[in-house]
Design a protein around this ligand. Sequence first.
Ligand SMILES: [Zn+2]
Length: 217
Amino acid sequence: MSPAQTDDAPSLLWLGAVGAAGVALGAVAWALQSPTKQPSPREPRSKDDDMARAQTSAILGPVWPIPAGRLRRVGESVMARRAGSGRPHKGVDLFAEAGSPVLSAAYGRVLRVVDGRTADPKKQEGLARAGLFVDVRALSGWVYRYLHLGSVVVREGEPVRAGQPLGTVSPSGGSGVEHSEPHVHFEIRAADWDRGAGEYGEPVDPLQVLPPRERVA
Ligand SMILES: [Zn+2]
């Protein structure tokens, strides 16, 4: 046996093993991504696959919480201290006419629907400022929050897809404490409300998560 042959045999075996492992990992990755569809080697990637992918992303989001035609302007996004109040702003204000639909930005499950409109601003300032709001937990674990609503059409525990109406923009701008122009205050938090901390998880800048404005449909 020549040295070349002795070298070749193990490396071919090794390549074979790596190849098999790669195929197995690929199958696992595929199964994780699409649990209902098994891979079929005879079925090449088709237009149907592209359509299915597009439909999946349409269901999962993210999409803008206000339809493009109704969105008047985008206000201040996440900041540590907002001019005027000096308080941190943990979301983005999306201005739209009162009564405009507020859509779920992502697929998830409604965590809670809370009406703070009748809360005493002196005793429960945060709740009173939030007004009527909806929290949705997305598949990522992030919590999507929609504050200053005029009405809500979903219930706690209900699954919602991206683009599904959650409610409408309040006529009063929500609490009336800070704003008079109607808008939804949209927040993304890395984790849900922590009773011990008395706070939600770290704010994520929605403008870094939502699709670019030009592509708003
Ligand atoms: Zn705001």
